[in-house]
Design a protein. Structure first.
Lengths: 196, 405
């Protein structure tokens, strides 16, 4: 009935996504309609422009970095699987998942995966280290023109000093976890969904 | 028997969320959102971040975790934002037997398909031809009669009014529009401006069915242009050439001159400037609120179950849209005339516009948004991003007296 048949999600795909990301059936179909409504070109993938069309995201100082997190290395299009995989990082940790089979691979929304997501927002070149430059870049994105270069530089220096333990003047993932309050990532790394 | 999207309103209780502020959600979000957004401001959330942190210093300092605030807001807006969903048809809770409203078309049962087929037959072979004939005669009568009256010397405004009303009534019948007018004692009077929320070009017909207005707009070519030129012969509408539209002073001047003349009908203006899908009211352009006369707000709310009235101009042209209108079940709407408002002492045009917008939104049960309807086609201005950056710098980084180590 109608031309939308070609864009329907097949049951097998829904099951696969469910296993991979832990979202429920109704959440997946609801997010699929969201995906298709963003996909103006109707070709089953989203480009960076599709994301930038969302005004609330366009005015977010870290908007570009967040959009980047959805796209795999070097690619310009993201399909629904990739979209869900990234969103899965923000799914709240549920009680019934805590006693899962320890041999199974770590769920996407585990604490360390949430932290890795945040780490990658800083670490643009994916060399597993946040250099002073990368830190400055993110700081500059967040404060705009309101803080001078010198002040920003000293903020960056202080942050690295506090976090750096092996003296290489950059922050590795392990040092990142210890800095500040990783509990924050879990609080802010969760979005409450209405659907179950 | 319905294909329904059941949104269960249980919030997933997140064990770690006890620290976050729990602010009750506004009604609008809880009805149609996917996620429960917390409406705390940037300052509040940054303070939370600091409060649960380990730093002993009372001065605001940068923390690496600060990105999480922007990160979550960003991903929330990717999952569900307030603006992009206003530019496409509203989703229904249960199906109304129109394929166009069914986003996940799939076969549910034989009985439902038979019902749908029957509905299709009735709508396209019986209702549509009837309506098209009526519409054609309505518009034809309007053009012919207004031209005739135009030849008669002035003083026949009574006749002209009757003609306009009659043609609009025929057009309304042709759409099978079932309109309920509330609070007719507040109907707009001469020398004022009537403002309403905009969903479709049919808004004009719906309002003009109940009273005489002067329209404002751009002169088009083609059939619409013919109708426009005919209308203006018998009663003073304000049509602009394309080149004049950009000249704001000219526009304001013509509007002021019109309202100053008390014999002329109230002007009908849609300050949003574009069609929105009738779930919200977007930013009102301040031009019509600067003139300084009485403003008569009107709220129009369509019932989406009988047919979707929203004109998605990027998807459908005018003819296609009218055909869809005429092949829906009906157009059911409510019109509320709100008490007149004037600009108060010390209020500027923008604040006045927002006040009127809030009144219309409350009456019509629509979400009151500050976003510009122009975002349908254009990009958002950078100034909003700069505001966010400024707020963050102030609340989380102590820009003055920074202790250097």
């Amino acid at each position: 009935m109608g031309s939308r048949a070609s864009t329907l999600l097949r049951e097998e795909e829904i099951e696969e996504i469910k296993k991979e990301t832990g979202f429920s059936h109704s959440q997946i179909t609801r997010l699929y309609s969201r995906f298709t409504s963003l996909d103006k070109g109707e070709n089953g993938t989203l480009s960076r422009e599709d994301f930038q069309r969302i005004p609330e995201l366009a005015i977010n100082p870290l908007g570009d970095r967040i959009i980047n997190a959805f796209f795999p290395e070097g690619e310009d299009q993201v399909n629904f699987r990739g979209f869900m995989r990234t969103l899965a990082h923000f799914r709240p940790i549920e009680d019934n998942e805590k006693n899962k089979d320890p041999i199974a691979s770590e769920p996407l929304n585990s604490r360390s995966n949430k932290l890795l997501f945040a780490f990658r927002l800083y670490d643009l070149d994916r060399d597993d280290k946040i250099s002073r430059d990368e830190l400055l870049q993110v700081l500059r994105m967040m404060v705009g023109v309101n803080i001078s270069d010198e002040q920003l530089g000293s903020i960056a220096d202080r942050t690295i000093q506090e976090a750096d333990q092996n003296g290489d003047n950059s922050i590795s993932f392990n040092e990142f976890i210890k800095v500040g309050n990783f509990l924050i990532f879990c609080i802010f790394g969760n979005m409450n969904y209405y659907l179950t | 028997m319905y294909i329904s999207h059941l949104w269960e309103r249980q919030c997933l209780c997140c064990c770690v969320n006890s620290v976050s502020l729990s602010i009750p959600l506004p009604h609008s979000l809880s009805v149609s959102g996917i996620i429960a957004k917390e409406l705390s401001s940037l300052e509040q959330e940054i303070q939370e971040l600091r409060a649960s942190g380990t730093t002993l210093s009372s001065e605001p300092e940068f923390e690496m975790a600060d990105i999480m605030y922007f990160c979550r807001r960003g991903v929330e807006s990717i999952v569900d934002d307030e603006v992009t969903k206003r530019f496409s048809a509203q989703e229904l809770e249960s199906w109304n037997l129109l394929t166009r409203s069914n986003f996940n078309a799939r076969h549910i049962s034989l009985r439902l398909s038979v019902l749908w087929g029957l509905g299709l037959f009735i709508r396209y072979s019986f209702l549509l031809p009837l309506r098209v004939t009526l519409a054609a005669s309505g518009i034809g009568l309007l053009v012919v009669l207004t031209t005739i009256v135009g030849f008669i010397p002035s003083g026949w405004t009574y006749l002209s009014e009757k003609i306009h009303l009659m043609s609009y009534r025929i057009c309304v019948r042709s759409l099978t529009a079932i309109i309920t007018y509330h609070n007719s004692e507040n109907k707009p009077k001469n020398g004022g401006i009537c403002v309403a929320n905009h969903t479709t070009p049919i808004d004009v017909i719906i309002l003009a069915n109940d009273g005489c207005y002067s329209m404002v707009g751009q002169i088009h070519g083609g059939l619409i242009g013919v109708v426009q030129r005919a209308m203006v012969k018998s009663s003073p509408h304000i049509w602009f050439e394309r080149s004049e539209v950009k000249d704001r002073h000219l526009v304001a001047e013509r509007l002021s001159n019109h309202v100053a003349d008390k014999t002329k009908h109230p002007i009908l203006i849609f300050p949003e400037g574009t069609c929105i899908n009738n779930t919200s009211v977007m930013m009102f352009k301040k031009g019509s609120f600067e003139i300084g006369c009485t403003v008569y707000p009107v709220a129009i709310k369509y019932d989406p179950r009988f047919g979707d009235a929203f004109w998605n101009s990027s998807k459908f042209g005018m003819v296609n849209y009218l055909l869809r209108m005429m092949s829906s079940w009906a157009i059911v709407c409510s019109v509320w005339y709100l008490p007149p408002m004037s600009r108060e002492e010390g209020e500027d045009a923008v604040q006045f516009a927002n006040r009127v917008k809030a009144a219309i939104a409350t009456q019509g049960g629509l979400v009151d948004l500050l976003w510009d309807g122009g975002l349908k086609r254009g990009k958002v201005k950078n100034t909003f991003k700069e505001e966010q950056q400024k707020l963050y710098s102030k609340s989380s980084i102590n820009a003055t007296g920074w202790p250097l180590k």
